[in-house]
Design a protein around this ligand. Structure first.
Ligand SMILES: Cc1cc2nc3c(=O)[nH]c(=O)nc-3n(C[C@H](O)[C@H](O)[C@H](O)COP(=O)(O)OP(=O)(O)OC[C@H]3O[C@@H](n4cnc5c(N)ncnc54)[C@H](O)[C@@H]3O)c2cc1C
Length: 495
C-alpha cells in the first residue's frame, strides 16, 4: 500500500504546546459563575455545543486544556435533536412499516394497520433523550465547563454570555447552521415547513411536496412514502442526490419510481400559494402540484449573523467563516468548525474538525482532513453511500483514458437477495492505480461504507482488496466481488 497524504506536521501555529491541565470541577449547568471569577482564562472557549463544538470540547478537555462550552439550546445541537438521530429513527420506523406491509413475501403473517404518529415520536424522542443524557454525562465527566446561554464574540479572545465575559486563550466558533429558504418563500411552520417542523409533525399528511432532492429531502420522501403519504420531490438539478455519482442518482430514481415516489427534475420552484386545505406549488416549467404541505429542504445556511464575528475581524463569505485546512480563521486566536465553515455539512465532519482543532491547540500534530475521503450516506430506502470521487470528477482530474470503472449488481449477492434489495456497487479506479471512488446503492449500504472508506483512504489497489476474504453471505461480499471484477477475476459475475 502507499499513501496519498504526506502526513506533514502543520507549520506556524502560535500555540506551542499543551497548556497545564486545569481542574475546574464544574457541574454541567454552570455551577460556577465564570464571569465573577475574574482570574479564569480558559485555554479554549467554544461557542456552540453541536457535533463540532462538543467534539472540540471533549477532546480539548481530554488533552488537559481548560475548556468552556457555551450553548444556547440543547447540547448535541442539530444532529442529536433535529438532524441525524431523529431522522434515522423515523427511517427505521418507516422500514418496519414497509417490512410489515411486505411480510407475506417472506411467508410471515402480519397485518399493517397504520402508523401511530405519537408512538413514532415517542420512540424517536426516547432515542434522542437517551443519547442526550449520555452526552450530558460525558461532558460533565470530562470537566468541561458548560455554560447555558446565547453567546456573542466580544473580542478575539472572549465571548459574552448571560451578561458575563468569558475569556479564552483560544476561541472555537461552532454555531452551526439552520434551514434555508428562498426569497419570498415564508416557512410558516404549518403548511410550509422545514425539516425542524417535519420532525415534530403531529399528523401524517395525505400528500406532500418536497422542495429539494438532496439528502434531507430524499430521506423525508422515503419516510413519508412508507407512512402512506403521496410524495412529490421538486428538484432544480437534473438528478436526485445531485452530489453523488450519476449512476447512484439514477439507481435511486429507479427505486423511488418503483416505490411510487414522484419527482420533478430540472424543475425550478417559482411559487407557492395557499389553497383551501393545503398548498399549490408552481415550477418555472409550468407545473402545478397540490398537496397538504410543502417541505422546504433546499439546504442549510450558517448561523453567524449578529454574533460579533465580523467585528472581531473574522473573515467571512456569505455568512460562512473562512478557514484553512487546520480550521484556522484569519484571526490567530479564533478557529471555526462544523457547518459554520464552508466544508461538508455532516456531523462526522464536525466531529473530525473539532478534534483536529483541539489537538492542534494542545500542540499535537494536526492532520488536515481529506474531504473526499469522508463517507457520505443518504439513509433512504434504498440507501445511497459513497466515498471518494465520482467517475465524472475522476475523468476531469485524470482524463478519460486513465479512468476505469466497474459495477457489481447486488442481484448477484446472496444476502442482498435475501433482503430483496436491488442496487449496485460501482468502483472508480485510476488505471493501474488506486480505487478513487466507491458508490453504492441498496438496502443497508450505509453499513458498507466503513470498509469502502478504508479502501479509499488507504489507497488500496483492486488486487489488494480482491485478496481479502469477505464472509459469506454478507453484503460486504459485494464490495469484495466488485474488487475481484476490477482486478480482472470476477467470481459471481458475468465476464
Ligand atoms: C434533517 C437533518 C438530517 C441530518 N442527518 C445527518 C446524518 O444522517 N448524518 C450526518 O452526518 N449529518 C446529518 N445532518 C447534518 C448534521 O446535523 C450537521 O452537519 C451537524 O449537526 C453540524 O454540527 P455543528 O456543530 O456544526 O452545528 P449544530 O449541530 O447546528 O450545532 C450548533 C450549536 O450551536 C448553538 N448555537 C448557535 N448560536 C449560538 C450562540 N450564539 N450561542 C450559543 N450557542 C449557539 C446551537 O444552539 C447549536 O446547538 C443532518 C441535518 C439535518 C438538518
Amino acid at each position: 500500500m502507499y499513501f496519498r497524504h504526506d502526513w506533514a506536521p502543520h507549520k506556524g501555529f502560535p500555540h506551542t504546546g499543551p497548556a497545564p491541565a486545569r481542574t475546574i470541577h464544574t457541574p454541567l449547568h454552570g455551577g460556577r459563575d465564570v464571569a465573577n471569577d475574574a482570574s479564569t482564562v480558559f485555554d479554549v472557549v467554544i461557542l456552540g455545543g453541536g457535533s463540532g463544538g462538543y467534539a472540540a470540547a471533549l477532546r480539548a478537555a481530554q488533552l488537559g486544556l481548560s475548556t468552556a462550552l457555551i450553548e444556547k439550546g440543547e447540547l448535541g445541537g442539530t444532529c442529536l435533536h433535529r438532524g441525524c438521530i431523529p431522522t434515522k429513527a423515523l427511517l427505521h420506523a418507516a422500514e418496519i412499516a414497509d417490512e410489515t406491509k411486505e411480510a407475506a413475501e417472506f411467508g410471515v403473517l402480519a397485518t399493517f394497520q397504520g402508523i401511530d404518529i405519537n408512538g413514532v415520536h415517542k420512540y424517536k424522542d426516547d432515542v434522542v433523550a437517551g443519547l442526550y443524557k449520555g452526552l450530558q454525562g460525558l461532558v460533565a465527566s470530562r470537566k468541561v465547563t458548560f455554560i447555558q446561554g446565547e453567546g456573542r464574540l466580544s473580542s478575539p479572545t472572549s465571548v459574552d454570555v448571560n451578561g458575563q465575559r468569558v475569556e479564552g486563550r483560544h476561541i472555537v466558533l461552532a454555531t452551526g447552521s439552520v434551514p434555508k429558504s428562498l426569497p419570498g418563500l415564508t416557512i410558516d411552520g404549518d403548511r410550509v415547513i422545514s425539516s425542524d417542523h417535519a420532525l415534530k409533525l403531529d399528523r401524517i399528511p395525505k400528500s406532500a411536496v418536497i422542495l429539494g432532492g438532496g439528502v434531507i429531502g430524499v430521506e423525508f420522501a422515503s419516510v413519508w412514502k412508507s407512512f402512506g403519504v403521496d410524495v412529490t420531490i421538486v428538484e432544480a438539478l437534473p438528478h436526485l442526490v445531485p452530489l453523488e455519482d450519476e449512476n447512484s442518482s439514477k439507481l435511486l430514481e429507479r427505486a423511488f419510481r418503483k416505490r411510487g415516489i414522484k419527482f420533478e427534475l430540472k424543475a425550478r420552484f417559482s411559487g407557492v400559494e395557499y389553497t383551501e386545505s393545503g398548498v399549490r406549488v408552481s415550477t418555472e416549467n409550468g407545473k402545478q402540484i397540490d398537496a397538504d404541505l410543502l417541505l422546504v429542504a433546499i439546504g442549510r445556511g450558517p448561523v453567524s449573523q449578529g454574533l460579533g464575528f465580523e467585528e472581531a475581524g473574522v473573515a467571512m463569505d456569505r455568512g460562512y467563516v473562512l478557514v484553512d485546512e487546520y480550521m484556522r480563521t484569519n484571526v490567530p486566536t479564533v478557529s471555526a468548525v462544523g457547518d459554520l465553515a464552508p466544508t461538508l455539512q455532516l456531523a462526522h465532519v464536525g466531529f473530525a474538525e473539532g478534534i483536529l482543532v483541539a489537538e492542534r491547540l494542545a500542540g499535537l500534530k494536526a492532520v488536515p482532513i481529506d474531504y473526499d475521503g469522508v463517507p457520505r450516506v443518504t439513509y433512504s430506502n434504498p440507501e445511497v453511500a459513497s466515498v471518494g470521487i465520482s467517475e465524472a470528477k475522476a475523468v476531469e482530474l485524470y482524463g478519460k483514458e486513465k479512468v476505469v470503472s466497474v459495477k457489481y449488481n447486488l442481484a448477484g449477492n446472496g444476502k442482498s437477495k435475501i433482503l430483496k434489495t436491488a442496487g449496485e456497487i460501482k468502483l472508480v479506479q485510476v488505471k493501474d492505480g488506486a480505487v478513487v471512488g466507491v458508490h453504492m446503492v441498496g438496502a443497508r449500504m450505509g453499513e458498507q461504507v466503513g470498509e469502502a472508506q478504508l479502501i479509499y483512504n488507504w489507497e488500496a489497489l483492486p488486487a489488494e482488496v480482491a485478496q481479502l476474504i469477505h464472509a459469506h453471505p454478507t453484503q460486504s461480499e459485494a464490495l469484495g466481488e466488485a474488487h475481484l471484477a476490477l482486478a480482472g477475476k470476477p467470481l459471481h459475475a458475468h465476464d
